[in-house]
Design a protein around this ligand. Structure first.
Ligand code: NI
Length: 209
């Protein structure tokens, strides 16, 4: 039965920049906790760890593109943006033929109306975030948990990176905290009733541009 996030207190865990060498360990944690997550994948890492991508899809997680080489999309031509997204989607399709990729997270959150319109032409939404754990910077599981506690609200999209072992170490405590606060953990599409609209930018459940 799908979660109705208009009624439940939902929150989405999102992991950028993977897959990485330690992502299977994160998948073990999510599986044990029965928590679905959203992975924003870098194309060149998809090509390195295709089996991990296949596992993410098989275990019910949601997959989005985070470009092939992680550039600021605002600095690329339209054709450059298309290439960054399409090459990533192709790599994902090769690793996990069942995956349907319908959204992109622009690296660094760098976007403008032109980037959004190119994404729309690819039938992609943009997925941003409202809770920034700064995990890439603090490299400290307790600091990650603290950032979540300070910022999370119903409908939050939480930004983390599964390429850092300290982030993966934080995840069990983050899940425990969110459950203790009555949150239901969902994928980003689930938060919005199952699908995202191409050409829209999603920051949290209420802020959609
Ligand atoms: Ni990134």
């Amino acid at each position: 039965e799908p979660v109705n996030c208009a009624e439940a207190k939902c929150v989405a865990l999102t992991f950028d920049d993977g897959p990485g060498a330690d992502t299977p360990q994160l998948l073990d944690i999510l599986k044990a906790e029965k928590v679905p997550a959203t992975f924003l994948l870098v194309g060149k890492s998809v090509a390195t760890y295709p089996d991990t991508v296949a596992r993410e899809v098989a275990e019910g997680h949601s997959i989005g593109a985070h470009t092939w080489s992680h550039p600021e999309l605002t600095k690329l031509s339209d054709a450059g943006i298309v290439n960054e997204v399409n090459s990533t989607v192709e790599a994902i399709s090769k690793a996990a033929p069942d995956a349907k990729v319908t959204f992109t997270r622009p690296p660094y959150g760098a976007f403008n109306p032109r980037v959004i319109s190119v994404l729309e032409s690819l039938q992609h939404a943009a997925v941003l975030w409202d809770v920034d754990t700064l995990d890439w910077k603090n490299r400290d599981p307790n600091a990650v948990l603290q950032k979540v506690k300070e910022q999370v609200k119903p409908g939050s999209i939480i930004l983390m990176h599964d390429i850092h072992p300290t982030t993966i170490q934080a995840v069990p405590e983050v899940i425990k905290y969110l459950h203790s606060e009555g949150f239901t953990l969902v994928t980003v599409p689930e938060m919005f009733g199952g699908s995202l609209t191409p050409g829209k930018a999603y920051f949290d459940q209420n802020l959609i541009q």
